[in-house]
Design a protein around this ligand. Structure first.
Ligand code: MN
Length: 347
């Protein structure tokens, strides 16, 4: 299901490809999260250790709670330094595509990545990758995170011994941020075997938990309180909750990138709620995050109705009509799934 793993021949080709020093560009998705950043930095350190010339690019800025990650200052933000990225892509022998399944996810850097003729190597865990756009696909949904796949990729190339503390911390951060610290997408024994090895390589789990989660500003905590107290709508008959944040809300609480991260998860703490939705108003669109418990696929709904997608229990989308209109549409769309929303969920 959704698996595009490498054949034995392709594995050998990749090994051969990475023997000699290459110019390599790492790319990841727009609005990069812990897994996108952790995966990019783990690969950057690993490939440099192997002697390659590596440029790691992110389309736009990333949340402050990821700034402690080893090497994060070396990430080149395309929106700020497009020319640097363009130059690296012009000279690239290989482009890695990390934690995304479709070139459109690279956002504003989409065109320059597309125009680059170097072979593209995909390492990702989202459903249905655009296989036609990647030369090699190391992709499966049966994993916790792209971070975990980076570990396996390094192992596949016979380089497990090169995984040091810096690489391990980056991979570990990808795994915990994409699993809510092992609370979802974490039913594979393999994830824990890999995590155990990362701990052996020097990861301090308690320290990283603090660095990733206990980093709220006062404004961020108050925005969370406001979201739950003033902006939460509950549709009991659909077992669905929705939080909407207007531009004015974001302004009032001096919104910083990442401040709304995790807000969408709170409504799921209610026993009666199976789906939670967060709307966040931006300049020319409304960003939508979907979360679900159990079998209900928010990926399907996001894909079919809200120009997005992601995973079964966590997906994103967007809307180009007003906040009121968007809420109305969401209620309508989810109304069509009333039965599934009420009965399908088994745990
Ligand atoms: Mn991911």
């Amino acid at each position: 299901m959704g698996n595009e793993m490498l054949s034995a021949i392709e594995k050998q080709e990749l090994k051969d490809l990475l023997v000699e020093r290459k110019n390599i560009v790492l790319t990841t998705h727009t609005n990069p999260d812990g897994d996108a950043i952790g995966s990019s930095l783990a690969m950057m350190h690993y490939l440099r250790k192997k002697g390659h010339n590596v440029t790691a690019m992110v389309p736009n800025s990333f949340p402050g709670f990821l700034e402690w990650l080893p090497g994060s200052k070396q990430l080149i933000i395309y929106e700020k330094e497009a020319k640097k990225v363009q130059k690296a892509l012009n000279e690239a022998d290989i482009v890695f595509c990390l934690d995304y399944n479709s070139l459109s996810r690279v956002g504003s850097a989409n065109d320059v990545v597309k125009r680059c003729e170097a072979p593209r190597i995909l390492i990702d865990h989202h459903i249905d990758p655009e296989t036609e756009n990647f030369t090699y696909c190391f992709s499966t949904t049966n994993t916790s995170s792209t971070g975990e796949l980076i570990y396996e990729f390094i192992d596949l190339l016979g380089d497990k011994a090169l995984i040091d503390k810096e690489i391990a911390e980056n991979i570990y951060t990808g795994i915990i941020t994409d699993t809510g610290s092992f609370s979802f997408a974490a039913n594979n024994e393999k994830t824990y075997v890999i995590t155990a090895d990362l701990i052996a390589k020097g990861v301090d789990a308690q320290k990283i938990h603090k660095l990733v989660y206990d980093t709220f500003s006062e404004n961020r905590l108050r925005l969370l309180g406001h979201s739950i107290n003033r902006r939460l709508i509950i549709w009991d008959n659909l077992r669905t909750a929705l939080i909407y944040l207007t531009k004015d809300d974001l302004l009032k609480y001096k919104y910083q990138v990442g401040d709304a991260e995790g807000v969408v998860n709170y409504p799921l703490m209610m026993e009666k709620i199976n789906v939670s939705i967060l709307l966040s108003e931006r300049d020319n669109q409304i960003r939508i995050s979907f979360r679900s418990k159990g079998d209900f696929s928010v990926n399907d709904v996001a894909r079919q109705h809200f120009k997005g997608g992601g995973h079964r229990n966590a997906a994103g989308g967007k809307s180009f009509v007003s906040m009121d209109e968007t809420i109305k549409r969401i209620k309508e769309v989810f109304g069509n799934y009333k039965e599934e929303l009420n009965y399908k969920l088994s745990y």
